[in-house]
Design a protein around this ligand. Structure first.
Ligand SMILES: [Zn+2]
Length: 197
């Protein structure tokens, strides 16, 4: 049996994280059963997606307008920067509605075995943001993994030269866990109980 459009689409969807062949099949047949408007809207949004979204020049988060909605919001506390690994982590913390400061997206974690050194991350940009002397507090919201801890220690050491207080999120974060999988309540608690380092 040759590959038809259904097979091709199932193969495509199963390349997405967390979607196996079975789920991909469910999605594809759901689209077929739905109004053509769904498929058209999906394809329209996806085709211009990479062009529509850029990196915020300030924090590095994904955004349609630069600077992003958080960085350009006068109500956000610019004296507190929450450092996260990915733009997705930033979104998860935003959804928790606990944090009123601004963000800095590192774009990864230090992982010598995978060839990721501090120079590969947006640490210089973070330091530049500190030069304005308006930042008083840095909260490291990094996953409690080996790479997360290595990166946090490196940042703690680097940030010692600057007049900022550095915090890590309180326990409640499962060891070896991922911010992505923490429920909102736990995330809120870990912000309220942040620990100075
Ligand atoms: Zn931003």
């Amino acid at each position: 049996m040759g590959q038809n459009a259904i097979d091709r689409l199932i193969t495509l969807f199963s390349k997405l994280p967390g979607i196996g062949k079975k789920s991909a099949g469910r999605i594809v047949y759901h689209i077929l059963d739905s109004s053509p408007v769904l498929a058209e809207t999906l394809s329209k949004e996806l085709s211009g997606f990479h062009q529509a979204i850029k990196r915020c020049g300030v924090c590095g988060g994904f955004t349609e307008a630069d600077p992003c909605a958080v960085c350009s919001n006068p109500a956000r506390d610019k004296t507190i920067i929450c450092v996260v690994e990915t733009a997705q982590d930033m979104r998860i913390i935003e959804e928790g509605r606990e944090f009123a400061g601004v963000y800095h997206v590192l774009g990864g974690l230090i992982a010598p075995l995978e060839g990721v050194s501090p120079a590969n991350l947006s640490i210089d940009k973070l330091i530049n943001r500190l030069r304005s002397n308006t930042v008083k507090e840095i909260i490291l919201a990094l996953n409690p993994t080996v790479e997360g801890d290595t990166t946090a220690l490196y940042l703690q050491k680097t940030l010692k030269e600057y007049p900022v207080d550095v915090y890590r999120l309180a326990s409640g974060m499962p060891v070896g866990g991922n911010i992505e999988y923490i429920d909102k309540l736990t995330l809120s608690r870990s912000f309220r109980g942040k620990v100075k380092v």
